[in-house]
Design a protein around this ligand. Sequence first.
Ligand SMILES: C[S@@+](CC[C@H](N)C(=O)[O-])C[C@H]1O[C@@H](n2cnc3c(N)ncnc32)[C@H](O)[C@@H]1O
Length: 255
Amino acid sequence: MPWNPETYNKFKAERYAPFFDLIKLIEAKNDLSVIDLGCGTGEITKMLADSLPGSIVLGVDSSSEMLKESGNFVTETLEFRQESIEEIVNCGERWDIVFSNAAIHWVEDHHTLLPKLVKLMNEGGQLAIQLPSNHTHFTHTAIKSLASAEPFKTALQGWTRTIPVLNIETYAEILYRNNISAINVFEKIYPHVLEDADGLVNWVSGTALVPYLEHLPEELHKPFMDEYRKIVYMEFPGRCIFYPFKRTFIYGILS
Ligand SMILES: C[S@@+](CC[C@H](N)C(=O)[O-])C[C@H]1O[C@@H](n2cnc3c(N)ncnc32)[C@H](O)[C@@H]1O
């Protein structure tokens, strides 16, 4: 997936807020082993490590582009590996904290993924996950509609991305069935005000549009983006666009 750290970092302050809410859920203890799944550039992994003094932290991500600068954050207790979440769930290792900020929505089938994440936890370990759940917002549904129209439909051979994100009741149920206690699963709206529709397009360019641009041939990138921008401008004309960004939090302890 062609992740681009510069595009992703455009809304850094807004993207940090849910991370701070996520680490508040974690009970800090001494000498924890921690894994950050889909750690991206490593900046957030470093902040996670700083919030858990004495812990040994490993950040993993499948993208070499995102991990490029992560070497700057390496210490004796913080390291990074280029590895996918799908590989990690089969690695047989276990951690005291299984952490993931804004990444597992890129992994398919959460009915099977969540139990596999629980299997990565030591007894008494904590699971702390945050993922965006704003896939019903116009910015996302418009991508799918556009991809289903010509000439993009033929170029994509009918492909559109199915978002694997489940509702919060289902996540809570899965945790319960996998011996997780202290279950804390909730959604939170982060209210953002963007200058204009271009702000919305730029935001989505760093995330939801990524797989579509990857699947489309180069010559259709500009037509796709031009058409997408037009649709978003029609829906959100004017300035000061309110963007209620919904995110899901999943926390629990393995008993
Ligand atoms: C939205 S970024 C979040 C990065 C970081 N956790 C943060 O909060 O800034 C999503 C990250 O998930 C990574 N990712 C996507 N699918 C993945 C997979 N299957 N395995 C590992 N990493 C993945 C991407 O490379 C990207 O760095």
